[in-house]
Ligand binder design. Structure first.
Ligand code: F6P
Length: 327
């Protein structure tokens, strides 16, 4: 049976904002208009969806945003949408605005919401991976990851200057929720002495002895990159433990939301442009329930059921390499 011709689609950004989300919104809007569709933007993610907070988008609504961080559509983590009644309201709002398909730009939680909307109300949905955490199965990179890592590396380069001037040890906490992808990439790129991630057991004694050995080998400074989700307790507690275990005195820097802001890198803008357009193509082709990801340089559609539940694995070779290169 031929796929029903879509006339109107919606686009929303959901969960934590990620640099490049605007570039993805731009791609969805312009690719859809190019294909003859109408597009509405949903404000504040799923919160705006069940309130029917929609705006008509034109090619000009997305002018001058490809380079901007944040999201012009705003975002939210909606509690109401987690309830069946919230999703029913959202489906009614979509139907009353004649919206037949929805592109959801966000992370795994956002994809679970999209799946439920499809399963319970038959709304055609496509996901686009937008999160700095890079913790989504079915894509080599998520939109925002590259920018967040570059932000963290830039900050650590500055920390390194002052650390080397004083011969100090810094613990730098980076984001990533429960995964260590940001920490690993940041640590490797910034030449960290040690990288602490949730995927690996943390041995404070080992960290201390390796830091002390580094000092003995004449290192002028040390930087330990600590993922926020690691299992050894808060970064300030780790700092205390290191000092109590005979390690050097530690300075702690929590980079926090600095990592999520700023202009997206060219890499994130390109990824967002390609995946946003691919999501529209898939909807137009009658597909639903997939995420448009990028695997080995090619667009690949991954079932939302996998993208929202399976987890990519951490590159242990990269972790080992970081250790080798920190001698
Ligand atoms: O998922 C993106 C992320 O930035 C995580 O790395 C972090 O744990 C979380 O969001 C922070 O959430 P919030 O902005 O709500 O504090």
């Amino acid at each position: 049976m031929a796929a029903k011709k879509l006339r109107r689609i919606g686009v929303l950004t959901s969960g934590g904002d990620a640099p490049g989300m605007n570039a993805a919104v731009r791609a969805v809007v312009r690719k859809a208009i190019h294909l003859g569709l109408e597009v509405v933007g949903v404000r504040r993610g799923y919160s705006g969806l069940h309130r029917g907070d929609f705006i008509d988008m034109t090619a000009r609504s997305v002018s001058n945003i490809i380079q901007r961080g944040g999201t012009i559509l705003k975002t939210d983590r909606s509690r109401e949408f987690q309830e069946p009644s919230g999703r029913a309201k959202a489906a009614r709002a979509l139907a009353s605005h004649g919206v037949e398909g929805l592109v959801v730009i966000g992370g795994d939680g956002s994809f679970r919401g999209a799946q439920l909307l499809e399963a319970e109300h038959g709304v055609a949905v496509m996901g686009v991976p937008g999160t700095i955490d890079n913790d989504i199965y079915g894509t080599d990179s998520t939109i925002g990851f590259d920018t967040a890592v570059n932000n963290a590396v830039e900050a650590i380069d500055k920390i390194r200057d002052t650390a080397a001037a004083h011969g100090r040890l810094f613990l730098v906490e980076v984001m990533g929720r429960k995964s260590g992808f940001i920490a690993l990439a940041t640590g490797l790129a910034a030449g960290a002495e040690t990288i602490v991630i949730p995927e690996e057991p943390v041995d404070i004694d080992k960290i201390c002895s390796s830091l002390l050995a580094g000092l003995e080998r004449g290192k002028a400074s040390s930087v330990v990159v600590v993922a926020e989700g690691q299992k050894a307790g808060a970064v300030f507690q780790i700092a205390e433990k290191i000092t109590q275990t005979g390690g050097p005195e530690c300075k702690v820097v929590v980079l926090g939301h600095l990592q999520r802001g700023g202009n997206p890198t060219a890499r994130d803008r390109i990824l967002a442009s390609v995946l946003g357009a691919a999501a529209v193509d898939a909807l137009v082709a009658g597909k639903s329930g997939f995420m448009a990801g990028m695997l080995a340089g090619k667009v690949a559609l991954c079932p939302l059921a996998d993208a929202s539940t399976k987890k990519p694995t951490i590159d242990r070779d990269a972790l080992e390499l970081a250790k080798v290169l920190a001698i």
